[in-house]
Design a protein around this ligand. Structure first.
Ligand code: PLP
Length: 354
């Protein structure tokens, strides 16, 4: 029955105990590290019923089997570890900075032979790079350049070359994009961002339809121990209940702001794919970008994204941000506040740059 429900309904209805008189409406927060022998449970690093509720719900939204990890990076690491020792990975030239750092560190240690960096929107460049590759990494849209890939084409090319395809779906969320339906093998999330949605939980997840890959990801999680606490998955599931509403509202706000930003004389370039709730702007210099970041009162100058509250930051303030990201780029994570209040605050900070 739930297969026919829309994502907005499944986000609310799944991951709950069966409807039975006296049953709780919410899943239990199960705080036990061990289980009485002889049943289907063993030990908390291997599985937990509160994880199950989160994994059932996210898995349904993405159309596969989900596994919760301690952070987005723990999930990224598990997915990249699907590449063989000495393998070749294709990745966007401007992906999430810590993913890029992890890939670089694996090349430095010999864990990977090579990372081929490509513009993910250039399908023929991706196809050329995929020859002889073991794993193709996608992030679409990318953080923070908001480059959108043709996910279906890249997944198809990866499959035809025998490479595993992975898509970091953190920015799009399963409300706006379901990469498994487009042929991708593994979806990765920083659930810290939109899924949990309130900037109070660090959590990651993988989702796949391939049973052999799921087994490898589960083994990676159990052996390396990058597991979340039950409380984190409980809070993230509570966040998912409102995911569709938050994505709709923050996306509506972003659309209005992207248009107005594009018309403001202090803004030299707006990057906005036409959907989602991240907008990146360039303002002409590092000093002006820093002044914009410091000049708002409602918007908070902070890293991270995907929460109910609006945040902004100059990404190149991080030493490991890829150099392909312009130095004067400010990434805006648009929240669910009233759009007129958001605009009034941004406008006064931009006016002050003139
Ligand atoms: C934040 C982020 C990550 C890392 O997630 P953490 O939960 O911070 O470990 C990975 N990918 C993208 C696109 C992100 O924005």
């Amino acid at each position: 029955m739930s297969d026919h429900w829309s994502p907005a309904t499944r986000a609310v209805a799944l991951g709950r105990p069966p409807h039975a008189p006296g049953a709780p409406v919410n899943p239990p927060l199960e705080l036990s590290t061990t289980y009485v022998a002889g049943g289907d449970r063993l030990y908390a690093r291997v599985g937990n019923r509160t994880w199950d509720a989160f994994e059932e719900t996210l898995g349904s939204l993405e159309g596969g089997s989900a596994l919760a990890f301690a952070s987005g990076m723990a999930a990224v690491c598990a997915a990249l570890d699907l590449a063989p020792h000495g393998g070749v990975v294709v990745a966007p030239d401007g992906a999430y900075n810590t993913t890029v750092s992890l890939l670089d560190s694996w090349v430095a240690t010999g864990r990977l032979a090579e990372v081929r960096r490509v513009d993910p929107s250039d399908a023929s460049a991706v196809a050329r790079a995929t020859r002889g590759a073991d794993l193709v990494w996608l992030e679409s849209p990318t953080n923070p350049l908001l480059v959108v890939a043709d996910v279906a084409t890249v997944a198809h090319v990866a499959r035809s070359h025998g490479a595993i395809s992975v898509c970091d779906n953190t920015f799009a969320t399963p409300i706006l994009q379901q990469p498994l339906d487009l042929g991708v093998d593994v979806v990765v999330h920083s659930a810290t961002k939109y899924l949990a949605g309130h900037s109070d939980v660090l959590l990651g997840a993988t989702v796949t339809r391939d049973a052999a890959i799921e087994e490898r990801l589960h083994t990676h999680r159990t052996l390396t121990g990058g597991v979340p606490g039950p409380h984190e998955t409980w809070l993230a599931l509570r966040g998912i209940r409102t995911l569709a509403l938050r994505v709709e509202r923050s996306g509506d706000n972003a659309r209005v702001l992207a248009e107005r930003l594009g018309a403001h004389p202090a803004v030299t370039r707006v990057r906005y794919p036409g959907w989602g709730a991240i907008v990146s702007v360039e303002v002409g210099s590092v000093a002006r970008a820093d002044a914009l970041s410091r000049g708002t009162r409602l918007w908070t100058h902070a890293t991270s994204l995907g929460g109910v509250e609006s945040l902004l930051e100059r990404r190149r303030r991080h030493a490991n941000e890829p150099a392909v990201v312009p130095e004067d780029l400010v990434r805006l994570s648009v929240g669910i506040e009233d759009v007129e209040d958001l605009w009034a605050d941004l406008r006064q900070a931009l006016d002050a740059l003139a």
